[in-house]
Write a protein that binds this ligand. Sequence first.
Ligand SMILES: COc1ccc([C@H]2[C@H](O)[C@H](O)[C@H](C)N2C)cc1
Length: 451
Amino acid sequence: AIPLKYGAQYTGKRSDEAMNKWRSNRFGQFIHWGLYAIPGGVWNGKTYNYAAEFLKSSAHIPTPVWDSLMYQFNPVKFDAKAWAKMAKKMGVKYMTITTKHHEGFCLWPSEYTNFTVANSPYKKDIIKQLVEAYNAEGIDVNFYYSVLDWHHPDWRYDIKTPEDSVAMSRYLTFAYNQLKELATNYPTVKAFWFDGTWDNSVKLNGKWTYEVEKMLKEVRPGVIVNSRLRADDYGKRHKDSNGQLMGDYESGYERRLPDPVTDLAVTKWDWEACMTIPENQWGYHKDWSISHVKSPLELLEMLVHTTSMGGNFLLNFGPSGEGTFRPQELNIANTIGAWMSKYGNVIWDCDYAGMKKEDWGYYTKKKGSNQLNMVVFNVPVSGLLRVNTPKGMILEKAAFLDSKGVSLKVEEIAANQYLIHIPVKQYTSPQVIQVDYREGNAKGSYEKAKT
Ligand SMILES: COc1ccc([C@H]2[C@H](O)[C@H](O)[C@H](C)N2C)cc1
């Protein structure tokens, strides 16, 4: 192994209480909110189709012009309690809020810059209100923080001169202080979601990323940081020069999911996928007709897919400049919430089942139980759900979670090969089948025929 000072600090999955809770949460709400929500992807009457939180660069807006949006930030309809109630109904167990996105505007009254809500017409601390409202609903709150900062004069994309180096180290001290401020002033924060760390200026500062992780865990023991914060001694990101995952979970799946057959390696570590409702809008965009908008059932399948591979699913909402969600977002929250109110137990505290992926859908398994869940999205025209079990696992019975008393026919067709018979009819939402099994070696009927 290559000797590293700023590489992975440990290997394997953390098994402490804080990480177990993070893992059991499984379903989270991402919220992207900032000055970009005011123009919403439209500038001087022109609509820019690229991600709305990047409008400053898409429309080549000078920093002073963009920054003056601060004087318009006044979300009069913002109601943290209402947002938290919507999230609770949706069935999320955690929420990740952009404390500061690439634009550099802070949703909390940071003492290290004037570019915050405190100097906007709104004035009040948005982070404090969200933390209190979501925690009151039993939802953990995590902080997204962008290291990349378009506003701060000392930010550098690369270090080409001694001046760059001096400026960037001033910037990194600023960012370090802001992060310590967040971890200190909002003591219930459970995790930090770092972004904006792909530039050379950060990759050359692996030591700083190591020190941030160390500081956050000293200030807030148990706190969790994503792999995206970290660069090692040689600027390697996410995984260090020895291929070891840095931070506490892998945060590389952005608007895409690992393949349930070819990417099974992800089941060896903790990971999270983050997802937008439109094709590619994290911040509020005025016009959602410019791309596909994912339906509740599309997103629900992604949540189940993620849980089936032992990952967390972070679904993004982009509130408007006034602090409201759009009808599509409310519909998604209600529809997924309705399903979660009935079947959330096949998501929360569930993990990869170690079963072979089948066409009809996904398996999940409740931690520490012998309870295997089958979430069926694609009912075969045959009505026969194939189940291949690992050696030593014998299926005993199966029933729809909705009608536990009615056992489904489980046909053993060969060693560790079964067919579960279900009615062929129009299903309008994913069906959940619970399977009980026991340890033992298969003695299928096929064997009797031989002897
Ligand atoms: C250049 O490609 C990028 C850069 C940053 C992003 C940001 C988005 O604004 C959002 O915050 C997402 C989580 N992040 C990766 C997305 C694409």
